[in-house]
Design a binder for this molecule. Structure first.
Ligand SMILES: [Fe+2]
Length: 250
């Protein structure tokens, strides 16, 4: 069965919320900062007054991958001067009644960007691409801004922000590149976690509809089996995504 066929068969499967009860572990209090009062636009085009009888399907739960990140609080992840495609992600955190959650924490992390025009030749290992993307020391120095080592491709671009009074969040970064997962490249993706009251409520991954590696990536396929995992992209190339956290007792 093709990946597309598999998606079709299993579309509509129930979403499951986080059950592991992980707590936020970056050593920074979630209560030490105020909620931003910046009034972000409603990027997903949804009805900000939704909730009068409406329901929102919880965001699909996905693996955090091998390199889950924690601190720091920052919305600008484009810190290294890398060549890449500028990308902004905006959205909201909502409850299952489609009501915004203020003061939720959205944590984002992703692979280093690929320079413009640089992409693996196929899903198979491509030495030329690896040399262009994964030589972190020559690209940026040996540590992250918070003095962490950079041995892999998903330990540079990360940060968390808190939703404002209307549940909005925003990140500015560069579109992530492709990295090897075993013997094949994963499609370009973002990792995200949403915390409410200091507890992990959703761990997921977000995808670009225009990535032609999508159908080869089983983690992407599994996400689409369960719900909506693709970021709508606007005319400026920026994305949006509303996270819907399950009820706490689910
Ligand atoms: Fe990843």
């Amino acid at each position: 069965m093709t990946a597309t066929g598999l998606v079709g068969v299993l579309a509509g499967a129930a979403c499951n919320g986080s059950e592991d009860g992980d707590s936020f572990e970056d050593g920074e209090s979630l209560d030490d900062g105020g909620v931003s009062t910046d009034a972000a636009p409603n990027p997903t085009g949804g009805d900000p007054d939704a909730g009068h009888g409406d329901t929102c399907q919880p965001t699909v739960e996905q693996t955090p991958g091998p390199y889950p990140q924690a601190g720091l609080e920052r919305e600008d992840l484009d810190l290294y001067g890398h060549d890449g495609v500028a990308f902004e992600l905006r959205g909201r955190v909502l409850d299952p009644d489609c009501q915004p959650i203020a003061g939720a924490t959205v944590l984002l992390w992703h692979a280093t960007p690929s320079p413009h025009g640089t992409k693996p030749s196929s899903v198979d290992p491509d030495p030329a691409y690896q040399a262009a993307v994964y030589d972190h020391e020559s690209m940026s120095g040996a540590t992250t801004p918070d003095d962490r080592p950079i041995p892999t491709g998903e330990q540079m671009y990360y940060g968390w922000v808190r939703t404002d009074a209307n549940g909005h969040y925003r990140f500015r970064t560069l579109r992530p590149g492709w990295y090897l997962n075993g013997a094949a490249y994963r499609t370009s993706h973002l990792h995200a976690r949403v915390f409410v009251a200091g507890e992990v409520r959703i761990t997921t991954q977000l995808y670009f509809a225009d990535d032609d590696f999508n159908e080869h990536d089983l983690i992407y396929v599994q996400c689409l089996e369960q719900g909506d995992c693709i970021m709508p992209i606007d005319a400026g190339g920026n994305g949006s995504f509303d996270f819907v956290v399950p009820d706490a007792d689910e």
